[in-house]
Design a protein around this ligand. Structure first.
Ligand code: ADP
Length: 482
């Protein structure tokens, strides 16, 4: 696949302002999940390189934080422009290593860039406050200061956006970042680092290290220099990083697994609900943590909804991400294929009906979209995130009952409800124990809103002004003796 700018395909890590190639010939292959072909190799680095990245981050962060917000904003703005100017190349790299259709990859690059743009603007608004004092000769000042050095660990499902969603606000706030991208998708991360360098992010402020996850994560969490861990990934690894961070009492931002309920009431606009399900379920082949996992359809519209959904699903085209008209690319790896198939087999064994779905072509990572009906709460899908293109339809007949069932999981990231009734809409918005609720909307992600979960789905928010707040400490100064 040809790039306009071949310099964006990096086979080296960006550590402390230098491009570091494999040490002792230790490298990790990056393969295309659609074809299995080798795309590139990246260095397998570990403890030592992570320590030098942290050291450089500490040295640079103070100087970066001392700049005016406007100066930091100018650099971020330039990074944003470079990302947008290089959308085609970045999307090509992203599709090569992740598999999603090229159009979706381009959409992700623009979405990723939007965080850098937003936080370039928001950098200037890290406002403090002056509180009316409790003493006549004193004043109470509250100011905001950057947290300092941040360790970031990101997943493969959004190889660009999960990085800018952390780095945009971190750099805006005056922090430095040492990033470990997912082993499946390091090339997008390294290309973003190249563009950050070109934009004028100072050497050392941003490092990207590929290699041994356990070693890199270990150093990031044990280092007293690192003040915050920002992680997006599985709940299990999130809990592990939380435990590892306890010794140094780090701040934590965790964006972990979801198991989103998608509720369709009897008074819903069914066509709009179908459009909502299509995007909330099948985007990125179902591999997002806000994908609809449990679709609850009111008994009185269940059959009509199922028939309409199947028609839409039949029109999806499963193909290599570079093929014209592809709507679903491959799943990321063989383990993902096995998990999705297990969820389907478990549901069918416990009484579900496969209303639509071609068999999974063995030996590939492609998974044709499936529609399962007559789901019940004993099936794996009811409690475990599928992360694949399976629309699982449950029946319900009462709002209180469906809210109870929707909330009956340990995760609490995204949820959705479709109804034309204003009072029901408010009831769902207020009763669903989730960090995010889409009412009559299936696509809720935007840089201007706070993304994040409750319960075991995580801590902190990314996006919006809350996203900047998460990289700032509050300092109170009592100015006495006045
Ligand atoms: P997934 O199952 O979706 O790959 P993971 O939570 O395993 O999700 O991966 C998300 C990110 O966490 C990746 O960058 C991965 O390399 C990293 N990771 C996995 N295990 C650890 C660990 N023990 N310490 C630090 N990072 C880890």
């Amino acid at each position: 696949m040809k790039l306009h700018d071949p310099q964006l395909l990096k086979q080296a890590c960006y550590v402390a302002g230098n491009w570091v190639t494999a040490i002792d010939d230790a490298y990790t292959p990056v393969t295309n999940p659609s074809t299995g072909e080798l795309i590139a190799t990246v260095p397998s680095l570990g403890r030592d390189e992570t320590l030098s990245a942290i050291h450089a981050a500490e040295k640079t962060q103070g100087e970066w934080a001392a700049r005016t917000a406007k100066e930091r904003a100018t650099v971020l703005r330039r990074w944003y422009e470079l990302i947008v100017e290089n959308t085609e190349d970045l999307a090509t790299i992203l599709t090569l290593e992740q598999g999603k259709p090229l159009a979706e990859a381009k959409g992700e690059i623009i979405y990723a860039a939007s965080f850098v743009e937003w936080y370039a603007e928001e950098a200037k608004r890290a406002y403090g406050e002056i509180i009316p004092s409790h003493k006549p000769d004193a004043r109470i000042l509250v100011s905001k200061q950057p947290i300092g050095v941040v360790g970031a660990i990101t997943p493969w499902n959004f190889p660009a956006a999960m990085i800018t969603r952390k780095c945009g606000p971190a750099f805006a706030a005056g922090c430095a970042v040492v990033l470990k991208p997912a082993p499946d998708t390091p090339l997008t991360a390294l290309a973003l680092a190249e563009l950050a360098d070109r934009a004028g992010i100072p050497a050392g402020l941003f490092s990207v290290i590929t290699g041994d996850a356990v070693a890199i994560g270990g150093v990031l969490t044990e280092s007293p220099v690192v003040k915050k861990i920002s992680f997006t990934g599985s709940t299990g690894v999130g809990k592990l990083l939380m435990a590892q961070s306890a010794d140094t009492v780090k701040k934590l931002a965790l964006e972990l697994g979801g198991n989103a309920p998608f509720i369709i009431c009897d008074d819903a606009d069914l066509d709009k609900a179908i459009d909502g399900v299509m995007v909330a379920k099948f985007r990125n082949a179902g591999q997002t943590c806000i994908c609809a996992n449990r679709i609850y359809v009111h008994d009185s519209v269940y059959d009509e909804f199922t028939a309409k959904l199947v028609e839409k699903v039949k029109a999806l085209k499963v193909a290599d991400g570079f093929e014209e008209g592809a709507s679903l690319g491959p799943l990321i790896n063989a383990a993902a294929v096995t998990k999705v198939q297990n969820h389907i087999d478990d549901a069918v064994a416990k009484g579900a009906t496969l209303a639509y779905g071609e068999p999974q072509p063995e030996g590939t990572h492609f998974f044709p979209p499936q529609v399962l009906t007559e789901m019940n709460d004993d099936m794996l899908i009811a409690s475990d995130e599928t992360f694949g293109p399976v629309a699982a339809l449950f029946r319900f007949s009462d709002d209180d009952e469906v809210i109870r069932r929707a909330n009956h999981v340990s995760s609490g990231l995204a949820s959705y409800a479709y109804t034309r009734s204003l009072s029901r809409a408010f009831k769902f918005s207020e009763s669903l124990e989730y960090g995010m609720v889409g009412i009559n909307e299936g696509l809720i992600s935007t840089e201007v809103a706070p993304f994040g979960g409750v319960k075991e789905s995580g801590l902190g928010r990314e996006g919006a002004r809350q996203g900047l707040e998460d990289f700032l400490e509050t300092k109170y100064t009592l100015m006495g003796g006045l």
